[in-house]
Write a protein that binds this ligand. Structure first.
Ligand SMILES: O=C1O[C@H](COP(=O)(O)O)[C@@H](O)[C@H](O)[C@H]1O
Length: 265
């Protein structure tokens, strides 16, 4: 049974009056973290998410990137990764990376000088024959950008932020309730053959990988998320039931919620 990582930062909530305010605030704070991270480390790695609120954050980031007077990171030093992905053809509109391209990353490349090499989408069905193969490929790619000393013995970059959506069933990334993927330890990625949310074949970061991030931010909006959010904050809820309960960063774990999503906290 997977247990909550109690050595990581305990989760706290930030509640906004509506979805627009939530996603705008998260986008502004992400921009500020990227700026600081580059100032301190010379490079910034962040993992993006799909989902309704996750993609809305990226749309906001695109607006901010084009707004005069807003402090922006040097986009040549920002690397974007993904927390999970559907094993579908590269340009399939259901892929998180394709939705991110439409919302943000195409514009960063064409208008703001971000090198395409700084985008690290998970493998597609054109790259990998199965979720397991895709997971191994992504683990190798993460390892190629690993910090010299590693984090918790895992080979992956230093993530300033991992952004996560939360499904109405309590899933994060492609870690779904009751699945074997929740038990995987000592690895950065996992393949999921049979996601209950279509399409079934997916690749995901593991809990261990998520736990290495400095900050883990959930972006949760809408009343259909209220039950999962409420359960995640109850002592008696098992990680197996609500995987989002075990989403934690080393320094900061924040649930950014709009009021409807926060209704059962
Ligand atoms: O399947 C997925 O779902 C979650 C949440 O999506 P939402 O539309 O219910 O907000 C998302 O965070 C994850 O990346 C995605 O692959």
């Amino acid at each position: 049974m997977p247990a909550v990582n109690t050595s990581a930062a305990a989760p706290r909530t930030e509640i906004y009056p509506d979805k627009d305010t939530a996603v705008r605030t998260v986008a502004e704070r992400l921009l500020a973290v990227l700026v600081d991270e580059i100032h301190t480390y010379g490079v910034a790695h962040a993992a993006l998410t799909g989902g309704g609120a996750g993609i809305a954050v990226l749309e906001q980031l695109r607006q901010l990137a084009g707004t005069p007077g807003v402090e922006k990171p040097d986009w040549t030093k920002v690397h974007f990764w993904w927390g999970d992905e559907r094993l579908l053809p590269t340009e399939d509109g259901e892929r998180n990376a394709q939705q991110a391209a439409d919302a943000l990353t195409d514009a960063l490349v064409s208008e703001h000088g971000m090198p395409t090499e700084n985008l690290h989408p998970m493998p597609s069905s054109e790259d990998a024959a199965s979720p397991q193969v895709g997971a191994e490929m992504y683990a190798e790619h993460l390892a190629a950008f690993a910090e010299a000393d590693g984090r918790c013995g895992l080979a992956l970059p230093r993530f300033a932020v991992i952004l996560l959506g939360v499904g109405p069933d309590g899933h994060i990334a492609s870690l779904f309730p009751g699945k074997e993927s929740l038990e995987v330890t000592g690895r950065t990625t996992v393949g999921e053959e049979d996601s209950p949310k279509p399409p079934p074949p997916r690749v995901s970061l593991t809990f261990d990988a998520i736990h290495t991030a400095e900050r883990v931010w959930m972006v949760v909006t809408g009343e259909d998320k209220a039950e999962a959010a409420g359960l995640a904050f109850r002592e008696e809820t098992a990680v197996e039931q609500i995987p989002a309960k075990n989403a934690r960063g080393t320094a900061e774990t924040i649930w950014h919620l709009d009021r409807p999503a926060a209704a059962q906290l």
